[in-house]
Design a protein around this ligand. Structure first.
Ligand code: TYD
Ligand code: MG
Length: 459
């Protein structure tokens, strides 16, 4: 293949340079240049399989109604929780990025998916990290029927695409995108330009052939996919694996999905036979305390389409620092700072000279504002060293003026709490049903933070 023309583009301002330099001449930022391949250098790989006519006749206006029938042809992955996160199954021609810490179970999940798909769809597993022997051994340990599954140990994108164009898999897995490189660029594999260029070629391949492509991506210390954020813009769906290394539960979350809802969760448990689905996850994020413990509160969150009971723990301790620490794990740091200010102003508890640590049990990340009230209850409980009455739950958004604001699907959350044997629920007034109880669950409707804290600790 002829050497393609390359250029260097600044990640900050987009200026293009013909040579690498440490500082961008356009915006004066340092170390922002990365190499790219200039188009049009390449011919498309593989012929059209799905009758995709765009390549031949790109500028044809089409009535949308005639396109609808073609759009929604999904096939089940064979793993219910994965289908749920994908929005109903595999979409032909889509590219799905699966990110997560090393060792969290990305390779395991995808191999299990291939096992579940089995003979229904032709698949190809490309491994750039493990040897074929390691992949096969894992497959055997997972109890997957290996007949009919094909694997390729390869890292050159040119050779991968040549194999794929020849073998015509319907599902192509690249494990991982950080190991893949193109001969067109001189940068090292794993560098931003290599990852971006390889991914772009795979995206094009998926669109042209109707292949469903899964890319495995490693996560950096900062929590993004190593290398480029641009990867997230190029693909159709981004799924992240979350979970604590100490916990066996794994949560798969859709951050972006062109074919389904975002923030939908799939829950798995890692066992010696691989990942098991947890179709009823509502109570797995509660820790088993012997009795009431200061600094612990249970909230009912609703991530995706299911309510979940999740424990939040706080530790408030006299600080020896001029600038006390605020650490939030599983929650947003800025929101915690804001909530502590509201607690001071409207809840009558001054924690400005205290270190505050807040942690969501089980490694799950809670993004909705319904966590506000339970977080403050846990903080106050630790601050006063006073446990909450047994079997108490809470949810609700806390506003800057100390008001407790309603959250979506209040009744569903209350029913879930009642079902799991909770006895008291502190909830926004606008979320409370007309009756004061649901089953054995007593509902304490509150409008102001002060009342909410009083109700939570009152016996
Ligand atoms: P893996 O899928 O290799 O992670 P990733 O591809 O995200 O880096 O997961 C490996 C981890 O899972 C490893 O720590 C061992 C554990 N594991 C099990 O506990 N049981 C199993 O059956 C398998 C296959 C892995
Ligand atoms: Mg892996």
């Amino acid at each position: 293949m002829a050497k393609a023309k390359t250029a260097y583009v600044c990640a900050a301002c987009g200026a293009e340079h013909s040579r690498w330099q440490g500082q961008c001449a356009g915006c004066s930022e340092w170390n922002t240049l990365s190499e790219i391949v200039l188009r049009p250098a390449l011919k498309s790989v593989g012929a059209s399989r799905s009758g995709y006519a765009g390549a031949r006749d790109p500028a044809r206006v089409t009535p949308l109604a005639s396109v609808v029938a073609e759009a929604e042809q999904r096939s089940a992955s064979g793993i219910g929780e994965l289908d749920r996160v994908l929005g109903g199954g595999l979409v032909p021609g889509s590219v799905v990025l699966i990110g997560g810490d090393p060792g969290i179970g990305k390779s395991t999940l995808l191999l299990q998916m291939l096992g579940a798909i089995g003979q229904r769809m032709k698949s190809l597993y490309v491994t750039g990290e493990e040897s074929l022997a390691q992949v096969a051994a894992r497959g055997q340990r997972l109890g997957i029927a290996l007949e009919g599954l094909e694997a390729l140990a390869e890292t050159s994108i040119e050779r991968i695409l040549a194999e794929a164009a020849e073998g015509r898999p319907e599902v192509l897995i690249i494990d991982s995108i950080q190991t893949i490189w193109t001969e067109l660029l001189t940068a090292a594999p794993g560098s931003v330009s290599q990852v971006r260029e390889s991914a772009a070629r795979l995206v094009r391949f998926a669109k042209e052939t109707g292949t469903t492509v899964f890319l495995v991506g490693h996560v950096t210390k900062e929590g993004g996919i190593a290398g480029p954020r641009v990867l997230e813009h190029m693909v159709d769906a981004v799924l992240y694996f979350e979970g604590e290394s100490g916990s066996r539960f794994r949560v798969l979350r859709a951050f972006k999905n062109r074919f389904g809802a975002v923030n939908e969760l799939g829950v798995f448990a890692m066992s010696d036979k691989g990942l098991r689905e947890v179709p009823n996850p509502s109570a797995i994020f509660l820790s088993a305390h012997a009795g009431p413990t200061p600094g612990s509160a249970v909230m009912v969150t609703r991530e995706g389409t299911r309510p979940l009971l999740v424990e939040v723990q706080a530790l408030v301790d006299q600080s020896s620092l001029g600038n006390p620490r605020r650490v939030a794990l599983g929650l947003e740091q800025n929101r915690l700072a804001m909530l502590l200010a509201v607690l001071h102003r409207h809840g009558g508890a001054a924690v400005y000279d205290q270190d505050v640590f807040v942690n969501v049990v089980g490694g799950i990340r809670v993004q909705e504002t319904a966590a506000d009230l339970p977080v403050l209850i846990a903080v106050l409980s630790s601050f006063r060293d006073r446990p909450l009455p047994d079997k108490t739950v809470a949810f609700g958004e806390v506003g800057l003026s100390g008001e407790i604001r309603p959250v979506p699907n209040g009744e569903e959350r209350l029913r879930e709490a009642a079902q799991h044997g909770f006895r008291r629920a502190v909830v926004p007034k606008a979320n409370a049903p007309k009756k004061a109880r649901i089953g054995d669950l007593e509902i304490l409707a509150v409008e102001r933070l002060g009342d909410a804290l009083a109700a939570a600790f009152d016996r």
